[in-house]
Design a protein around this ligand. Structure first.
Ligand code: HMG
Ligand code: MG
Length: 284
């Protein structure tokens, strides 16, 4: 029997957050509404971060409260601190995510905290989410390479992953933020992380900067990962990671998985429509 692999759609958040032009809220809502019909279980709709740091995500509450929610789809958002958490709850996010880093340089640049400070800050957010039954995902950035500190030690990634699991994250997404990972460095990192967190609680989040995201997904499938993050149209990057180009494109990952006999439950024609919408937003 064919095995199921889930693609977690990142386009409206990781895809759009890096766009410099001010994308109308209505266009973001239309994109999410289109994606909602494609068969995803989870769509990351926005982030409740400081609007000074990421102006493009300032309207995430409007987006979340105005989309047409489909039953069975979880609409998720990033929350770096309690302020973000409270805003996400008000906007009725179905799930939240905390986001940290395995490298000090990126942690400071992205959330203005050391790794230790950030983990401390996540504690109350995770506890508050659990008290209202909101699932919490954890992201770890720079799992193989950091734009500031160079190569990342697999041991450090495993330490942060172990902390997030113990703190209550139900899944940990491993970010190759600047897309410099290779199957070898991804496997070295996963070997260390798998000592702390089982494969069914991990996801691969691989940016496609160097065109290696698909072979990194292939390597990750070999060691049991079955969830991968991607963004329609290959949009995106991170505003605080110089050189971070697009996320791996959802439609490319979907085609690649289907060709290899996996099931994804996604509708390719709707993915193409959404990818077109995403590309139009970028060029506006
Ligand atoms: P800070 O400046 O240290 O925070 O930033 P602060 O607590 O000192 O607050 C400064 C100001 O921000 C205050 O406003 C706060 O009220 C406000 P002021 O009094 O000066 O007017 N503020 C907020 N406003 C709204 N919502 C909030 C919030 N928090 C503070 N939640 C902070 C610290 C974490 C807030 C900031 O660094 C930040 O927002 N960073 C987010 C950066 C970001 O979103 N990066 C992209 C997402 S991560 C990513 O893309 C990687 C990923 O895809 C995985 C991968 O690829 O690796 C997930
Ligand atoms: Mg990312």
């Amino acid at each position: 029997m064919s095995e199921f692999v889930e693609i977690f759609e990142m386009g409206p958040r990781d895809g759009l957050q890096n766009e410099r032009n001010n994308i109308p809220t209505a266009d973001k809502i239309s994109l999410v509404n289109c994606l909602s019909k494609a068969g995803f279980k989870r769509i990351e709709v926005g982030s409740f971060v400081s609007p000074r740091w990421v102006p493009q995500m300032a309207d995430s509450a409007q987006v979340l409260t105005n989309i047409q929610r489909q039953p069975g789809v979880s609409y998720t958002a990033l929350t770096p601190n309690m302020q973000g958490f409270n805003r996400a709850v008000m906007a009725q996010a179905d799930e939240i995510a905390i986001f940290g880093s395995a490298s000090e340089g990126f942690s400071k640049a992205n959330i203005n905290a050391t790794i230790a400070e950030s983990l401390e800050r996540f504690g109350p957010v995770i506890d508050a989410a659990r008290s209202v039954n909101l699932p919490v995902r954890g992201y770890i950035s720079c799992v193989t390479d950091c734009p500031f500190d160079g190569p990342t030690s697999p041991k450090k990634v495993a330490q942060v992953a172990a902390y997030m699991k113990k703190a209550g994250c139900y899944e940990i997404s491993l970010g190759d933020t600047i897309g410099q990972g290779t199957p070898e460095s991804i496997l070295a990192m996963l070997t260390a992380v798998l000592n702390e967190v089982p494969a069914d609680e991990l996801a691969g989040h691989y940016h496609d900067t160097a065109g290696r995201a698909l072979i990194n997904i292939e390597a990750s499938l070999q060691v049991g990962l079955r969830v991968f993050d991607a963004a329609v149209g290959g949009l995106g990057g991170c505003p605080y990671a110089p050189g971070a180009a697009g996320n791996v494109a959802t439609e490319a990952v979907n085609d690649w998985l289907i060709q290899r006999g996996y099931l994804t439950g996604l509708k390719p024609t709707i993915l193409e429509t959404a990818a077109g919408m995403a590309r139009d937003m970028r060029s506006k």
